[in-house]
Ligand binder design. Structure first.
Ligand SMILES: [Zn+2]
Length: 561
C-alpha cells in the first residue's frame, strides 16, 4: 500500500499524500452536488472496519482505473505522531541536507522564498497538518490517518490506492526518478501521478451516478480546494509554496482529465509509456499531445571566471511552472501566466561564495519567438526593479538592462529568442559570461565611451542613443488608458546618464525619469526605423511590447560597442 509521492521542487518534497485541503474541498463539493461518497460513515473506524473498507475501495479503484491488483497490499492506520515521523524520515532520505540547502537557496535567489526561510520546518508542519494518508512505494504500504472519519478515509483510500495500483503496474518511484536530474520533468511526472489519483478519486465519488470525470466538460479542479483557513501553516505560506504543493494535484488533474477525455482510463498506460517531458506539457495538454519538447539549454562553465572562492551550489531547469512562479512574485498573475507560456527551455546555475555565502544566480532562457524574448526582456526588467529596491547606475538599452545593488550587479540581456540574466556579480563577469556564449559585448555606460559632454553627445549622435526597450516598468506605474508617449531618445539618454552618474539615488529607471520629465520619454531614437511608422505615439500598455520587438533587430538596434 503505500503511496509515497515525492515532489521535488527546490527540495520541496512531499510524499504520495492525500491533503486534507483537497479532501475538504471534495467533501464540500460532493455534498453540494448531492453525490455522497459511497458507504459514507462518520463512526470512528476500528481496525476491522478499516481493513474491510480498504479492501472494498481497492476493488472499486481497480475497476475504475482498469489496473488489476497484482500482489496484496499492506495497510495500516497510523497516528499523527507516526505519520510525522515517517514524513521526516522520508524528507531525510529523499535529499541530503546539502541538497536541501541548495534548493532553499535557489528558491531564495529567484525571489520565491524569503531569505533564511526554514523550508524543512515548514514542510514538516504543513505535511503533518495536512496529511490524511500516504502510500510508501518503498515498502509498498498504505498508511491512513487514524483521526479521520471513515467517510473521509474512503476518499483518501481512493486516492492512495490508485497510487498503489499504479505502482504495481508502472513502478512509480523509479518512473519519477527516471526524469532526474531535470526537476521540471520530474515535477511533470509527479503531476501525472497526483493528477491521475485525483481523477480516480473524482470518479470514485461519482460511482453509482452513471457518470465520470470525462462526462464533466466544465469541471473546474479549483472547486476541490478546501478552506485554506483550516490549514494555518499553508495559509501563511509564501505563495510559491502553496502553488508548488497544489500544482501536482490540480494541474495534474486538469491534465489527466484532458488526456483521458476521449478514451477514459485506457489512456493511462500511455501516460507512463510516454511521460510528459515538462510542466509546460502539464499546463498545456495540447502540447503533450502534439509532442512539443523544449529546447535543450546549456550554460558555459563559469568556475574559472568566478574564481576559487565560489562553488556551484545548484543547477537545474525551472520550466514554465517555475518561471510562472518567479514572474508572479513581481508581476500580476495574468502577465506571469502569459509570459511564462512563451517558455521554450531554460537552465540556471547558482554559485555561492565559500565564506560570505553570497549568491550569484545565472539563468539562460529560450523563448518560443524573438517577439516573446523582447516581451520577456521588458517584463523581466520590470520584475528586477521590483525585486531590487536599492538600485544605482541603471543602464537601459533595447536588449540590455543592468544596475548595481548592495549585493552586486544585476544584468538582463536578450539576443534573438534567448535571454540571459546574472545577479550578484560585476560587469566584468557578465562580459566574460556573454563572451563564453559567443554573444556580442553588451552596451557600455556612456561614461565609458569617452568624456563627451552631454549636450555634444546628444547633438552629434542622436541616432545612436537608443532607449527602445524601456517601456518596461511603465505599464504598471503610469496611467494606462489615455497615456501617450511621444518621446525622443536624446532626452531619455541624457536623463539616464544624468541619473546614473549624478543622482544614483534616483536611478530607478524610466518611471523616475517620467516623474522628472513628464512631457516626454524616449522609447526609440529613430521611430521610422523602429517600425513606429508615421505615428510617433505609443499607448503604453498596448504598444510597449510590439515597439520593443520592432526595435530589436532593426536599424534601431545599434549597440555602441
Ligand atoms: Zn497522492
Amino acid at each position: 500500500m503505500a503511496s509515497h509521492r515525492k515532489h521535488v521542487y527546490f527540495g520541496l518534497r512531499a510524499l504520495f499524500l492525500s491533503f486534507g485541503i483537497l479532501l475538504g474541498g471534495i467533501a464540500v463539493h460532493a455534498q453540494q452536488a448531492a453525490v455522497a461518497p459511497p458507504s459514507a460513515d462518520a463512526k470512528p473506524a476500528t481496525d476491522a472496519d478499516f481493513i474491510a473498507a480498504a479492501d472494498e475501495v481497492l476493488g472499486q479503484m481497480s475497476q475504475i482505473t482498469g489496473l488489476k491488483l497484482v500482489t496484496p497490499l499492506k495497510k495500516s492506520l497510523r497516528s499523527r505522531e507516526e505519520i510525522r515521523a515517517y514524513v521526516i524520515k522520508q524528507m531525510d532520505e529523499e535529499k541530503n541536507p546539502a541538497e536541501r540547502y541548495a534548493g532553499e537557496r535557489s528558491a531564495e535567489a529567484f525571489g520565491l522564498l524569503p531569505k533564511g526561510f526554514d523550508l524543512d520546518a515548514f514542510m514538516v508542519n504543513v505535511l503533518t497538518e495536512q496529511v490524511e494518508g500516504l502510500y510508501d512505494p518503498k515498502t509498498r504500504e498504505f498508511y491512513i490517518a487514524d483521526w479521520s472519519p471513515l467517510a473521509d478515509q474512503r476518499m483518501v483510500m481512493a486516492h492512495e490506492l490508485t497510487h498503489a495500483l499504479e505502482d504495481q503496474h508502472f513502478q512509480i518511484e523509479a518512473w519519477v526518478k527516471a526524469a532526474r536530474p531535470n526537476e521540471d520533468a520530474e515535477l511533470a511526472r509527479d503531476a501525472v501521478l497526483e493528477g491521475s489519483a485525483m481523477a480516480a478519486m473524482v470518479d470514485y465519488l461519482m460511482l453509482g451516478t452513471g457518470r465520470s470525470l470525462k462526462d464533466l466538460p466544465e469541471f473546474d479542479p479549483s472547486m476541490l480546494i478546501g478552506d485554506l483557513g483550516s490549514t494555518p501553516t499553508l495559509q501563511k505560506a509564501p505563495p510559491f509554496l502553496k502553488d508548488a504543493l497544489i500544482f501536482p494535484y490540480l494541474g495534474g488533474l486538469t491534465f489527466s482529465a484532458a488526456v483521458m477525455k476521449n478514451s477514459g482510463w485506457s489512456a493511462l498506460p500511455g501516460l507512463f509509456e510516454k511521460p510528459p517531458v515538462s510542466t509546460q506539457q502539464i499546463l498545456h495538454p495540447g502540447l503533450y499531445r502534439s509532442g512539443k519538447t523544449p529546447a535543450s539549454v546549456a550554460l558555459p562553465r563559469l568556475e574559472k571566471v568566478f574564481g576559487d572562492n565560489w562553488s556551484k551550489l545548484d543547477e537545474n531547469i525551472m520550466g514554465e511552472f517555475g518561471w510562472k512562479e518567479v514572474l508572479k512574485q513581481f508581476l500580476d498573475n495574468d502577465r506571469a501566466k502569459t509570459l511564462a507560456a512563451a517558455w521554450d527551455g531554460d537552465r540556471y546555475v547558482l554559485y555561492e561564495h565559500k565564506q560570505t555565502k553570497k549568491l550569484i544566480l545565472v539563468t539562460r532562457l529560450h523563448l518560443d519567438s524573438e517577439e516573446h524574448a523582447a516581451r520577456f526582456f521588458g517584463q523581466y526588467s520590470e520584475a528586477f526593479e521590483k525585486k531590487y529596491s536599492e538600485r544605482t547606475n541603471l543602464l537601459r538599452r533595447p536588449n540590455f538592462f543592468s544596475f548595481d545593488t548592495p549585493d552586486g550587479g544585476v544584468f538582463l540581456r536578450c539576443l534573438g529568442d534567448e535571454c540571459v540574466t546574472l545577479e550578484g556579480t560585476t560587469r566584468n563577469i557578465f562580459d566574460a559570461f556573454t563572451k563564453a556564449l559567443n554573444w556580442p559585448l553588451a552596451p557600455q555606460p556612456l561614461e565609458k565611451l569617452g568624456s563627451v559632454p552631454a549636450k555634444t553627445a546628444m547633438a552629434s549622435a542622436p541616432g545612436e542613443n537608443i532607449v527602445a526597450a524601456s517601456g518596461v516598468g511603465l505599464s504598471s506605474q503610469l496611467p494606462t488608458e489615455q497615456y501617450v508617449l511621444t518621446l525622443h531618445a536624446e532626452r531619455q539618454e541624457a536623463s539616464n546618464r544624468l541619473f546614473a552618474s549624478n543622482l544614483p539615488e534616483s536611478s530607478a529607471g524610466l518611471q523616475d525619469t517620467q516623474r522628472s520629465t513628464p512631457q516626454a520619454l524616449s522609447l526609440c531614437a529613430a521611430p521610422p526605423a523602429c517600425g513606429f511608422g508615421g505615428d510617433h505615439t505609443l499607448h503604453l500598455r498596448d504598444s510597449v511590447l510590439p515597439s520593443n520587438r520592432r526595435c530589436i533587430g532593426t536599424a534601431c538596434h545599434r549597440e555602441p560597442v
